[in-house]
Design a binder for this molecule. Structure first.
Ligand SMILES: *Cc1c(COP(=O)(O)O)cnc(C)c1O
Length: 393
């Protein structure tokens, strides 16, 4: 009998095949290998907070989990109590009113909303503008949605903000992704930039998807602004928020998107297809999180800021070009001498036991850069610096 075998490899979609390997997955593999060969690793790789959530949140989760009502299918768009609390928080924080019913959608993390947005807005071969460097999810989800990516550079000379005058969108451009406070560069966006951005979006008929995953993590007394503070921003924008980094809850999966009613409705249609709602006890704990005092948060900021200062000063001393980030939990550092960042990182894991993210994994502009996250203790960061000193360029 003739044997006909299905070649599984040929069945993988061309869209999936066209993606570059997910950098954090690649680094995680290298980490696994190093761990199994007994390397003492210092993890300054993914933005995965090492801090533990405050007791109040764990207590709230525990209590709500004991309620049998809370174990059924969650409400798709989020529980009204959390949405109302978010609207209240948003007004206190940014002096912007949101309609909790139509202008807020609860997400299983900001990543869920950001990655589903292209499915809601792109037709085949429509373009999305994506920053370089950036969180890789924007680009990958545009490609998986059948869209095309046009990148624009973020450079130090322009304070890591896009130069909007230089961006000439192709006719089929539907959306632009942005992320301030920025991963990886640590920049925050001033309000006058957001104003120009909204004008740019209106005059080009583009939807803005602004990633606020680090909205509350800013240093030196600075505060981030919401895009929604601009008068006519809501007509064309979505802003994605996360509880992950602010409250050290990455594993719980909680975030929300705020913005235009029609855009939120479109995103909801995609969400109900791809996932369900967030586990109610997690949403209820989210209410507790938004009720925490500023003091609860300032300890976290202080911890990251102390680590930031030690890491940046240490890297500078070793000849790296690094600035003090104004927000987020990363140091974006240019190497003392040009070097291909992926092999350098793989070697750094294997030989020196330090995990960092290769700049090129975040975009072409990341050439000769590494991204270090502030997710290890001061002692471990000091040890990492001693090890980084040993890199031979
Ligand atoms: C961590 C991170 C996210 C993911 O946030 P979740 O709420 O955990 O999904 C989104 N965007 C950026 C830039 C991040 O660094």
């Amino acid at each position: 009998m003739m044997e006909r075998r299905h070649k599984v490899k040929d069945s993988i979609s061309s869209k999936l095949k066209s993606l570059e390997p997910y950098i954090f997955h690649q680094i995680a593999q290298a980490k696994k290998e190093a761990l199994s060969s007994g390397v003492d690793l210092i993890d300054l790789g993914a933005g995965n907070p090492d801090l533990i959530p405050t007791e109040k949140l764990i207590e709230s989760l525990r209590e709500e989990a004991l309620n049998p009502e809370n174990h059924r299918h969650p409400v798709y768009e989020g529980i009204p109590e959390l949405k109302a609390k978010i609207a209240e928080w948003f007004f206190q924080r940014f002096k912007v009113k949101l309609d909790p019913e139509y202008e807020i959608l609860i997400l299983g993390g900001a990543k869920e909303g950001l990655s589903l947005a292209p499915l809601a807005f792109l037709n085949p071969d429509d373009y999305a503008l994506v920053p370089d460097p950036a969180y890789p999810v924007y680009k990958r989800s545009v490609i998986l949605a059948g869209g095309k990516v046009e990148t624009f550079p973020l450079v130090k000379e322009n304070n890591w903000l896009p130069d909007l005058k230089k961006i000439k969108p192709k006719s089929k451009t539907k959306m632009i992704f942005l992320n301030y406070p920025n991963n990886p560069t640590g920049a925050i966006a001033p309000l006058d930039f957001f104003k120009k951005l909204v004008d740019f979006a209106h005059s080009n008929d583009i939807i803005i998807c602004q990633d606020m995953a680090y909205s509350e993590i800013t240093y030196d007394g600075l505060k981030s602004h919401s895009l929604m503070e601009i008068d006519n921003a809501k007509e064309t924008s979505l802003e994605f928020y996360s509880f992950s980094k602010t409250y050290s809850l990455t594993g719980w999966r909680l975030g929300f998107v705020a913005g235009n009613k029609e855009l939120i409705n479109a995103l909801t249609q995609v969400k109900v297809t791809y996932s369900s709602g967030v586990f109610h006890p997690v949403q209820r704990a989210g209410i507790t999180a938004l009720e925490l005092s500023q003091e609860d948060l300032s300890d976290l900021i202080k911890t990251y800021q102390e680590r930031r200062d030690i890491l940046v000063k240490g890297l500078k001393k070793l000849g790296w070009d690094a600035e003090f980030p104004k927000g987020a939990i990363f140091v974006w550092a240019k190497m003392p001498k040009p070097s291909d960042s992926l092999p350098l990182c793989l070697g750094l894991i294997k030989k020196n036991g330090v995990i960092a993210t290769p700049g090129t994994g975040l975009g072409k502009q990341g050439e000769n850069y590494l991204r270090f996250s502030l997710t290890s203790s001061v002692d471990r960061i000091e040890e990492a610096l001693r090890r980084i000193k040993g890199i031979k360029f």
